[in-house]
Every structure is written in structure tokens, then in C-alpha cells.
Design a protein around this ligand. Structure first.
Ligand SMILES: *Cc1c(COP(=O)(O)O)cnc(C)c1O
Length: 372
């Protein structure tokens, strides 16, 4: 019997090609390929409405957006961040000559633990860069209190948090700035892309200049900016994706529910607790492989792979295991017990709109069978 097509943890959600062709025709006609053209303007506008925020600056990707966000707020010194994230979070600090200070995560949410943040603050601390891990909101109120009390800036790496809302509205309104990723593997994608959410027009203007080399007009450069602009092709694709996002999230929600129902009876497998957001985006489906499960995490990971199911060990290794971070005083295992444990126990299972519930049942069937 031929083995079924491999199933990946994320697969880009793509509109029918026929729907994209008319937009490409428009780009060909206008001959505007980049530099804030009509699709770029339209996508910024539509995202403001969709995300219920006031100011969006589109970027070529989230990593350049994070680097630029730090520049925009002129942040230096030490910045508190999480080891339990994609490596770009910490890289954006190094690219600004900032020293990352790693603080442990909460064992249940896998987001930065505010109590531990407070204990790590020193006179050198200038800012906090938390991550809404897997799209579940950080303790934004506690972080805001700390930022006010210690006069710190907060830049959220909101790469996973597209469209997420708590009872008080969009999670992207917290902190000084939030950064989204529109990479192909994310919930909402523009091939490659990202955005910074600003609280006011003046900050957005500074960011928009920084992403365009610091140009104000044809002959005036006011800052040592970078090239972070999103192209018209990506912006047009984003507009098309935005029309489909409601349906995509509904399908992701169905998959999330089916996984939770079926995994509830598998001993030694725990799902990340539902954090009760008003609007979730179901961007990832992490499970903890606990010691009571008969196989170690890596054995289960390999077993799934042998069935063509490519789970991902997000986030393993921890950022603090990479050579450019390993030597930092805050990078030790003793300082980061919860992140260290999570990195050993977590597998993210496949979740994307095109994944049918039959495949979800097959995946859980394999996990349950090996757990007997
Ligand atoms: C994907 C991701 C990034 C980087 O996004 P790009 O758009 O690929 O540059 C940064 N931080 C986190 C947490 C991510 O998951």
C-alpha cells in the first residue's frame, strides 16, 4: 500500500490561484511593485479594521520588524525575554547590541512569568520582550504594572497572536509596540511578511521612515533606517487571505476541539490548557509528553515521523542552547527549569485549515496505541 502524503505541523493556507491572477494583473497595469503602493495601503487599512488597532506598518518579515521596533524606541542595555521562543526573538536583540536577559516561563502557559521578570530587573534593564507563545496571551496586566513601576518599555513578539482577543479586546494593544509575523507557516500569511502595531500616528511615522532607509522625502534622510518594506505582490496576497481568515480559524477551532476530546483519555499526554481568550487563533497544537507516557518525547516524535506525520518540537532546542546565547549568565538550566522541561516534553501536532478530521483521528490513534 502506498504511504499517504506526509502531514506537516503547519501548511500554508492558500487561496485558489485563479483568485490571485486578477490582482497580479492590477500590479502589472499599475507598474507599482513596492514602496507603499495601492495594495500596501489597502492591506494596512484592512488590517487595522480586522485587528481593531489604529496603526499598522507592514514589513518584509517579522524579524526585520522586531529589529526596527527596538530601533524605533532607541532601546539599548539589557532586555528581559524568554528562552522559549523562535530564535528570531533573541536575535533581534543581538542585532541591536542589546544583552538578552532570559527569564523562566510559567509551567502551564509557557509565557514569561511576571514574578520572575520582577526579580530579574536591574538598573541596566531597559525593556521587556515577551512572546504570546502559541498565540496565548501573556499576563499583559501584570507586565504593564511592572513596566510602569520600573519605567521599562515593552515590545511584544506577537508573531503567533494574529487576531487574538481577550475580554478587553485585541491583545495587540498592550505594550509600547507589538510585532506580527505573516510567514508562510503562520495563521495569516503573505508568503513572507510582518507588521508593527503602533499606539499613535507619530510612532507609526517614525517606524515607516525607519523601514524605508530613514527617508522623509526624495532628498532627506533623518535616521539610519533599513529596508523593511513589503512588496505589492505580498500585500495583494494578504488582502486575499484576509477574506478567508474567518473560515480558516473556524476549521482550526474544529481541529483543536477534536484533538482535545480524543487526547483527554490518553494517559501521560497533556494538552496545553485552554487559556480562555475571547477569540483564539489555534495557531499551534502543543502536547506535553509526560513521564507517565510509555515513550519518551523523541521516540513518539520519531514514531509519528515513521507514519509520515511531521510534528515539530517547538521550542527545542531552547534559544539559550544556541552558541551565541549559551554563555550568558541568565542562560543556565537552573535559571530556566520550566522552559527546560517544556523543551523536553513538547511536540506540536499538525493543525491547519486543510487538515481533515479523519487525519486528526489517525494521528491520535497512533499516539493512543503507542501509549497502551
Ligand atoms: C515566526 C516567528 C518569528 C519570525 O518571523 P519571520 O516573519 O519569519 O521573520 C519571530 N518570533 C516568533 C515567536 C516566531 O514564531
Amino acid at each position: 500500500m502506498p504511504s499517504p502524503d506526509p502531514i506537516f505541523v503547519t501548511q500554508p493556507d492558500m487561496p485558489p490561484l485563479e483568485d490571485f491572477i486578477p490582482l497580479l494583473h492590477k500590479i502589472w497595469e499599475s507598474r507599482t511593485l513596492t514602496n507603499g503602493g495601492p495594495f500596501h495601503q489597502q492591506l494596512e487599512h484592512s488590517l487595522c479594521e480586522h485587528l481593531q488597532v489604529d496603526h499598522v506598518s507592514l514589513f518584509t518579515n517579522a524579524t526585520i520588524a522586531l529589529v526596527t521596533a527596538l530601533q524605533a524606541l532607541r532601546i539599548g542595555g539589557d532586555v528581559i525575554t524568554t528562552p522559549y521562543s523562535f530564535v528570531a526573538t533573541a536575535h533581534s536583540l543581538l542585532w541591536n547590541g542589546i544583552t538578552p536577559v532570559f527569564v523562566d516561563v510559567d509551567p502551564d502557559t509557557l509565557n514569561l512569568d511576571p514574578g520572575r521578570i520582577e526579580r530579574a530587573i536591574t538598573p541596566q534593564t531597559t525593556a521587556i520582550m515577551p512572546v504570546h507563545c502559541y498565540g496565548h496571551p501573556c499576563d499583559v496586566d501584570a507586565i504593564e504594572k511592572l513596566a510602569t513601576a520600573y519605567n521599562l518599555r515593552v515590545i511584544y513578539d506577537a508573531a503567533h497572536a494574529f487576531g487574538v482577543e481577550t475580554a478587553s479586546g485585541s491583545v495587540l494593544k498592550y505594550g509600547d509596540l507589538s510585532v506580527l509575523s505573516f510567514h508562510a507557516t503562520k495563521v495569516f500569511n503573505t508568503f513572507e511578511g510582518g507588521a508593527i502595531i503602533s499606539p499613535d500616528a507619530k510612532t507609526k511615522q517614525r517606524i515607516d521612515r525607519l523601514k524605508n532607509f530613514g527617508f522623509v522625502d526624495e532628498t532627506t534622510v533623518v535616521a539610519s533606517g533599513i529596508n523593511g518594506k513589503m512588496s505589492e505582490v505580498c500585500a495583494a496576497f494578504g488582502l486575499l487571505q484576509l477574506e478567508r481568515i474567518g473560515e480558516a480559524l473556524r476549521k482550526r477551532g474544529d481541529i483543536d476541539r477534536r484533538y482535545r476530546e480524543m487526547l483527554a483519555s490518553v494517559r501521560g499526554i497533556e494538552c496545553l490548557r485552554d487559556s480562555g481568550e475571547k477569540v483564539a487563533n489555534y495557531s499551534y497544537f502543543p502536547i506535553f509528553v509526560k513521564p507517565e507516557y510509555p515513550l519518551e518525547r523523541d521516540r513518539l516524535y520519531e514514531l509519528l515521523r515513521s507514519h509520515g506525520i511531521n510534528g515539530r518540537r517547538y521550542f527545542y532546542p531552547l534559544i539559550t542552547d544556541f552558541p551565541m546565547y549559551r554563555g550568558l549568565p541568565s542562560a543556565t538550566e537552573e535559571n530556566l527549569p520550566n522552559a527546560t522541561r517544556a523543551a523536553r516534553e513538547i511536540i506540536c501536532l499538525p493543525i491547519y485549515p486543510g487538515l481533515d478530521l479523519g487525519a486528526v483521528e489517525r494521528i491520535v490513534g497512533i499516539i493512543a496505541e503507542a501509549g497502551r
